[in-house]
Design a binder for this molecule. Structure first.
Ligand code: M6R
Length: 359
């Protein structure tokens, strides 16, 4: 039930702090250890490379998962768009392990890859929001997102639940393998910080509603730019804005824009710069200056520790690898308000279905 909410999308954005807390309850024991099936951890530990396979928003959650697996537990991780993998599989390592990320557990492109993986005889894990979904039944292992039903076509809380669960899995894997970086990474504490940070952001949604009005009222195109996990987030933010508001939006690696696409920047083109990583903050800011010099209207979304004077949206500080969990919130709200202000049916954008069960 959407209750007092005009649209499910807004309700589901607001539910995200609660989803983080549910995941902590579901996946942590009283003593702080992670509650994940030992058999799954053993199978993961034997792998020499992970292959994450997904579509749409779940693919974008996989981009962040790759960073978590490689940076914290040093296991090479590839991320693949399911529909591409199906007909053009990459060269596999000797001991691959497959992770399917899928809110619905029914996405045809991902199912097709899992069928192939099962024929090859490789182990797999489905991370899904729907128990007993096809991808859950057909994979070797399943982890549930516990995000509650996601009704709006635009995925929001499933994205943040997927990233949080990837972090929990990385922690369990790191503990099992005795990896220091993972042992020092207190995921339960970090996810609690995330939940509080998300709450601050949803409580200030009026700021985003105003930005939507001021910067996006009539625009036909827009850009998100960022580096590292901020680039991963930029891609998700762009998908969200385009699918519900029909504003043509691209998520770009900050440094890549000048290699061609900057030609599209005109007087007043909205560009959203996501800046959370201290290592690259100065570089992204200088890319933002390049577009400002060509007339772009830049919205800066930055974490408190790297914020500069004049940045419009300041994000609460969380672990840098988990920053998409908070930086996504204003971008979800922006997509919501731009769609609402244009008078569209936010929950049911044209041409789209909640789950894509045909190839
Ligand atoms: O159910 P899945 O996570 O497998 O769905 C994948 C995509 O179809 C889905 O994320 C889609 O991109 C959403 N409309 C994004 O908001």
């Amino acid at each position: 039930k959407k209750g007092a909410y005009p649209y499910y999308m807004l309700k589901e954005i607001d539910e995200q702090p609660g989803v983080m807390r549910t995941l902590i309850q579901e996946y942590f024991n009283e003593d702080g250890s992670v509650k994940i099936d030992q058999e799954l951890l053993d199978a993961l530990s034997k792998a020499d490379r992970l292959y994450i396979v997904a579509a749409g928003t779940s693919y974008h959650a996989g981009l962040v998962g790759k960073e978590l697996f490689e940076k914290l537990v040093h296991i090479p991780t590839e991320i693949h768009v399911a529909s591409e993998f199906a007909y053009n599989p990459p060269l596999l390592s000797e001991k691959p392990f497959f992770i399917f990320l899928t809110q619905s557990g029914e996405t045809a492109d991902s199912r097709q890859v899992l069928t192939q993986v099962n024929e090859w005889g490789y182990p797999s894990l489905t991370i899904t929001n729907v128990a007993n979904s096809t991808l859950s039944r057909e994979a070797t292992y399943t982890l549930l997102l516990h995000a509650g039903p996601e009704i709006a076509v635009a995925s929001t809380k499933a994205y943040t639940a997927q990233i949080a669960l990837e972090a929990i899995l990385v922690k369990a894997y790191g503990e099992a393998k005795d990896i220091k970086a993972a042992k020092d990474f207190d995921v339960a504490v970090e996810l609690t910080k995330v939940a509080n940070g998300m709450q601050e952001l949803v409580d200030e949604k009026g700021d985003i509603e105003k930005v939507a009005q001021d910067m996006f009222a009539t625009t036909r195109n827009a850009f998100y730019i960022g580096r590292g996990v901020d680039y991963a987030l930029a891609q998700e933010a762009a998908l969200k804005l385009k699918e519900v508001s029909y504003v043509q939006t691209e998520g770009f690696a900050s440094g890549e824009l000048k290699h061609g696409t900057i030609a599209l920047i005109e007087e007043g083109t909205p560009v959203v710069a996501i800046i959370t990583d201290p290592k690259t903050a100065a570089h992204t800011r200088s890319n933002a200056q390049e577009v400002i010099a060509r007339g772009a209207n830049v919205l800066f979304i930055s974490s408190r520790d790297v914020a500069a004077e004049g940045d419009q949206i300041i994000l609460p500080e969380v672990d840098p690898l988990l920053s998409p969990l908070v930086s996504v919130v204003p971008t979800q709200l922006l997509a919501y308000y731009v769609s609402l202000q244009r008078g569209y049916d936010v929950d049911k954008p044209r041409n789209l279905a909640k789950s894509v069960t045909v190839e």
